[in-house]
Design a protein around this ligand. Structure first.
Ligand code: NAI
Length: 337
């Protein structure tokens, strides 16, 4: 199958090419494009049977319609989230969309906990100080996680992996999900309402998908219900947080710490080296001025284990689609609501 791989970096190419080679005869004809797929770049995929895309490619209705008219049949997401694909339109056009629902949830969970510990113990600041011969501790005061309460919103694969680590640190873990699973119970997570989670948590970590229901879940009203000085972590999707509201809460010190691996407008910034460019996003720049804000550029998934698994599952999904076999990772009608 001829596949146009968009937004591909050297590391994507290395892992995809290795996984493709392992498929032998069943392997695909992969064409790598550095640019992201959107309404300006879609013509690069003219005549391809499949496109392989990532979190910030924009598979809007017009892009999908244009590609369908040039023979596109399959979209392979090399990620779990699919909020950047107009699934209804894809369905109408007869385009099958597959994803990688799980690929080392521990990679994101470990990153989330890394953000938490770094914000509390300020490793990033200590690293700079010690290299500069400054061994003063003033400004590095942290807090123990042991005995504190963590509130997790979304208890799927990553939420549960995060809970396991936090339990290991000796935290009380409470959680909110639409469905409270046996697995969550087995880990010892206490099911609570969102109101209780906001009121009781010292650390809140977001692990639910971005949907119409969860857009700006964290806003001025939810922030006001939280404990003063709370730590908020988002490794899920930027749109879960109203950026203006968290900036106001940081200024009033209602929000004590903010750790982000995702950002609402990250499509204009992340995955590129912009170090010699002027960044025009004032809200993002304001966030960077707070000493208690730590931002990483969507790297939660970025481990050897996760990239290997993503490449393998993505290419296997395409083999199954190409051979007309049932693919368990197809985004079917249950996702169209
Ligand atoms: P999952 O599908 O296993 O779990 C999501 C959970 O959220 C489910 O249990 C679901 O019931 C729950 N949920 C849905 N709507 C909710 C709501 N309104 N309130 C509370 N819970 C709700 O997904 P997984 O693998 O745990 O991933 C979670 C999210 O992490 C993904 O949606 C994706 O956005 C993000 N992600 C981020 C990565 C990164 O590199 N930073 C990498 C992979 C995923």
């Amino acid at each position: 199958m001829r596949v146009a791989v968009f937004g591909s970096k050297p590391y994507d190419q290395a892992f995809l090419s290795a996984a493709n080679q392992a498929l032998g005869e069943a392997g695909h004809d992969l064409h790598y494009f550095h640019v992201r797929l959107n309404r300006e770049t879609w013509e690069l995929a003219k005549g391809f049977e499949a496109v392989c895309v990532f979190v910030n490619d924009e598979l809007t209705a017009p892009v999908l319609a244009s590609l369908a008219s040039h023979g596109l049949r399959f979209v392979a997401l090399r990620c779990a989230g699919f909020n950047n694909v107009d699934l209804k339109m894809a369905d109408q056009l007869g385009i099958s969309v597959v994803r990688v629902p799980a690929y080392s949830p521990e990679s994101v969970a470990e990153h989330a906990v890394g953000l938490m510990l770094t914000l509390s113990r300020k490793y990033h600041r200590a690293f700079q100080r010690v290299r500069d011969g400054n061994f003063a501790l003033q400004g590095l005061l942290g807090f123990n996680f042991h005995g504190r309460t963590a509130g997790l919103i979304g208890l799927g694969k990553i939420g549960l992996a995060t809970a396991r680590i936090l339990k290991g640190l000796g935290m009380r873990v409470i959680g909110f999900d639409q469905v409270f699973s046996e697995a969550a119970k087995a880990i010892g997570i206490e099911p609570v309402s969102l109101e209780t989670l906001y009121a009781d948590s010292d650390v809140i970590s977001l692990h639910c998908p971005l949907t119409r229901d969860t857009f700006h879940l964290i806003n001025e009203y939810s922030l006001a219900q939280m404990r003063r000085g709370v730590m908020l972590i988002n490794t899920s999707r930027g749109g879960l947080i109203d950026t203006a509201a968290v900036i106001a809460a940081l200024k009033s010190e209602q929000l004590g710490y903010l750790g982000l691996d995702v950002y609402e407008q990250e499509g204009d910034l992340f995955f590129e080296d912009l170090s010699d460019k002027v960044i025009a996003d004032d809200a993002f720049e304001r966030l960077l001025t707070f000493p208690n804000v730590l931002i990483t550029g969507h790297q939660g998934f970025f481990t050897e284990e996760a990239l290997g698994s993503i490449a393998e599952v993505t290419l296997r999904n395409l083999v199954q689609l190409g051979q007309g076999e049932a693919c368990p990772n197809l985004l079917g009608s249950d996702y169209l609501a």
